[in-house]
Each structure stands twice: as structure tokens, then as C-alpha cells.
Ligand binder design. Sequence first.
Ligand SMILES: [Zn+2]
Length: 409
Amino acid sequence: MNWELTNGTIVTPDHVIHNGALTIGADKFLKVDKKPVGDAKIQIDLNGLIVMPGLINGHDHLLGTYMPRVGDRKPYMNWLVWDNDLKSAPVYAERQQIESKDLYLLGAFRHLLCGVTSVQDHIPHFVQDMFKDGLPIRILDKYAVAHSITSFALKWGDTVENEYRLAVERNIPFIAHCSEGYDEETIRSVSVLNEKNALGKNTVLIHGIAFSPEDIKLLSQNECNVVWCPASNIYMFDKTAPVKELLDQKVNVCLGTDSPMSGSVNMFEEIYFAKKYFESAYGVELNSKTLLNMVTKNPAKAFSLENLGAIETGNLADFIIVNGDKSRPYDALHSMNYEDIMLVVINGRPKYGDESFIPLFEALNLSFQKVKVDSFKKIVDGDILGLLERIRNSVGFHKELEFMPVETW
Ligand SMILES: [Zn+2]
């Protein structure tokens, strides 16, 4: 059944359509314009609310969805030293009591509540394949992979050369942690990729805190993509990627939260952190439109998601409706909180929303659970309360998770 939203402030994100209308049919945008098609049985007036593409999180490890953060020996030399601290931490033992499928669900709901509709889950396929079905958001599952580019990397895929070749053949991303630390091998990661002819438009490098000016030149010349994870980087290394230099050299930069055991609590915090960090490090503002691109069209390009990242006729209907100042719609991104997320739609299907959207869920015959999120009344497709109960039963106490401030309504 087709349905229409009218009178929205649509951030496509290349431009803004004031008093715009969306017509959704099955999983796609049938029309994005000033005027709706007009024949849909369901039509909702948004009264100026802001509509953006669904956010795409460029980096996470869904199995690591737990908290608090781990690691008191920072700045770390590289991920391996931190990983040893993680594996010996009491909170890791606590997390291990939870079923992996519930950690995946927890990670997916953590994102859904913030308007994230797609996530890059950095993990070998054989692990992700066991848990990716039935999650409330989209998991990017077409990728070639390396854990990282050093001799002590985990053996997640085939060789770097073969994984990269596969990525080019299939036009999928080749994703790897890169230049995340201070040891000699980590610092040489981009040179090594260059020697292996593995730099190109399918290459997606995560972190990049050790990128040199020469590295940035190589990434720019080869049209590579970078996922910036400032909160995680500053927490573990007291340093993050030279993001302004990357942007100045026209490298395609995306934003990622990383897991909450090193990174930000959620996407709201990551976006806010990125903006504040940029301004304090460079003394200039990180433009709101640039920031929105980092969580919409840039990751769509990096991960070869041709029908996502923009609100356009024919694209998959992934979008969010947000409360904010419609005269400055791009700025809504960095001031968002749980209260402001009014509706999240994935593949044309509402998955989460404010209580005021109950009539839409009912008109579309969608079931939902009523929950309070940070005390605001919301509805969600899925049993989020049952999930929290299973997790608390698994660990044996009433665990509070800052990224999941959910209770019964
Ligand atoms: Zn990572």
C-alpha cells in the first residue's frame, strides 16, 4: 500500500525541499517532490518536521555492544594491547554470558533509537552470517575484509591482495582497520597497501590516526574512502585521523561510532563529539552539511550502496523524521537526542517512532511495542523489552546500559 508524507522539510542531503512530499510504495521512494502523487490512502501532514536520509554508521562491531568502556593504559600502542586489556576485564567476562544473537540485537536497537538505518559491522562473514537475519536495521553484508594491515592482524579473510581483487571484481568495499596506532608496522599500513596495489575506490580504511601527508596524497589520488571514529580514537590513543587534511584533499570521509567498549555511547554522541573535536583542533566550524554527508551519501558511496544515502525517487526508502528548527535543517543533525527522533523508516517500513505516529503504524497494519526511551513515549517494531530482560537474566543483575535507556510505558 502506498503512503504519503506532506509538508516536510526534506534534506536530500544535497539540497532542501521546503514543504516537500514523499510518496512511499513497497520499499522505495515513488516520488520526492513539492507535491505528493495524491492518490495514497494514507497521508500524513508533517507540519514542517525535518526529513533526512537514514543514517549510515561506517564502523561498529555489533558483538561488542556492551559497556562501560574498557582500558586504563592509554594511550595504547595499537589495538592488540587494548584487546588484551579488554579480554582480561571483568566487564568482558560479564558480556560473555550474553548470547551472541542478543548482542547483535542490542547493537541494532542501539542504532535504531538514534536514526541509524544501516551499519558496517566489522567481522568475518562466517560470524556475521550466523546473526544478521531478523535484525531491526540493515547490516552491510557485501564486503571483502581484512582485520588490519599488519603481521599481527587477525586472520579474517583471504590475503589482502585477494580480498581487494574480489572487491574490485564484485564492486563491493574492501574494508580494513588501518593506521590505528603508533608501532612501526601500523604506521606503514598505507604504504603496504600501495605496494600490494590495494588502494582504489573500493578501499575503505577505518581510523587512520597515523596517516602521514604522503598517505593522504595516496588516498586522494586513488579515490579511497576513510571512516573517521574520533570518540574511539581519542579514548584509546589521545589522537585521531587528520580529518581536515583528508577533507581538504577531497578524500571521501565517513563517520563511525566503533563499539561502545571503546567508542561513543551512540551516534548522537559521535556526531556531537566529531563537531566539537573538529572545532577545537582546527579552530573552524565543521559545516553541518559536511557532517551530514559523512553519515549519508559518503558512506553510501564508500560501501557501494547505490540506492541509499539520499532521498531520491527510486531509491530505497530509508529515512528519518526529526524534530528541529526547519529554518536551519542541517543543524538538526548535531543537536538531536532521543526526544527528537520522530520516525525511522527502513526499506519503506516504519520501524520506530514517536507515539504521535501510532496512527501510521496502525494504518499500515504494523505491530509495535510501546516503550519509554529516555522518558519519551515511543513505539518500536520488535521486542526490545524482552531483549533487555534476557540480558539481565544472563548477567544475573539489573544491568543499566547508557545507550539503551528503555523502560516500559
Ligand atoms: Zn574496529
